[in-house]
Ligand binder design. Structure first.
Ligand code: IPE
Ligand code: IPE
Ligand code: MG
Length: 240
């Protein structure tokens, strides 16, 4: 269900065949700031604004779900000052998430990634945002924070072992990962063409869409372009 109905600016997106789960790697904040001689934190601030805009656009288009990669398990390697700035921006987002998301319609918010390593304060705010939106039935926005694709698979396997499973199947893993088991479309801005440990299980037949634009410059029209491109690809899943 599209939240606000179809607008002319969605440039020929075919609403009947939307991708079910889009994965977006929000990359290029640092380079965006560097180009403007600003601190990297300014790039992350601009990137957070774009996340707000694009997540709402996913809701408006009526996507089933979209997963946004905000902070990887490897991003802790960055200078403490940068990590602290990212976590502060995350907190700011969470503090306004309820009113912001509710104002945008009936999107559901979920956080995926490791809880270990996140502050108690952030964990509480994350739980609150999930609870506050749990009854919503529009687009599910998964925000991947302290997330690693390999770790997600290991967690699923360990959970199954703890339950006493001995012969683990693909379905078992699909049922025990954080997001829907399939990702249809991966979008990565910033010119990099790699997954950087994002949704490794889910991407087995995902279409990939790359742009040289940096994330803070990413616009709803870029999302439309990616979706239209996806809708014009021949997906065979190994068949003919
Ligand atoms: C993405 O932007 C945000 C995070 C990984 C947290 P970057 O900070 O990686 O920006 P670049 O790739 O250095 O430009
Ligand atoms: C991937 O970006 C992680 C996020 C966007 C959150 P990185 O900037 O960390 O990836 P690499 O290091 O270029 O592969
Ligand atoms: Mg990067």
């Amino acid at each position: 269900m599209a939240l606000f109905g179809k607008k002319n600016n969605d440039n020929n997106v075919q609403f009947e065949i939307l991708p079910k789960n889009i994965g977006i790697i929000m990359d290029g904040n640092g380079r965006w700031a560097k180009k403007r001689a600003l601190p990297r934190s300014a790039g992350h601030k601009a990137g957070a604004e774009v996340f707000r805009t694009i997540s709402k656009e996913c809701g408006r288009l009526g996507l089933e779900s979209a997963t946004f990669y905000a902070f990887s398990t490897e991003n802790w390697k960055r200078p403490k000052e940068e990590v602290d700035a990212i976590m502060r921006l995350f907190k700011d987002y969470l503090l306004e998430a309820k009113s912001d998301i509710t104002a945008a319609g009936d999107m559901k918010m979920k956080f995926i990634g490791e809880r270990d390593g996140m502050s108690k304060e952030l964990l509480e705010l994350m739980d609150e945002a999930e609870e506050d939106t749990s009854e919503h039935c529009g687009t599910t926005i998964y925000l991947a924070v302290n997330y690693g694709g390999r770790l997600e698979i290991c967690d699923a396997v360990n959970k199954l072992i703890a339950e006493g499973k001995t012969n683990i199947t693909e379905k078992d893993i699909s049922d025990n990962i954080f997001t829907p088991p399939e990702c249809d479309l991966i979008i990565r801005p910033s010119g990099e063409q790699r997954l950087s440990n994002f949704m490794l299980w889910q991407v087995s037949y995902a279409e990939m869409w790359f742009t040289d634009k940096l994330w803070p410059d990413f616009k709803p029209t870029d999302l439309h372009k990616a979706i239209i491109d996806f809708q014009n690809r021949g997906r065979r899943f190994g068949g003919v």
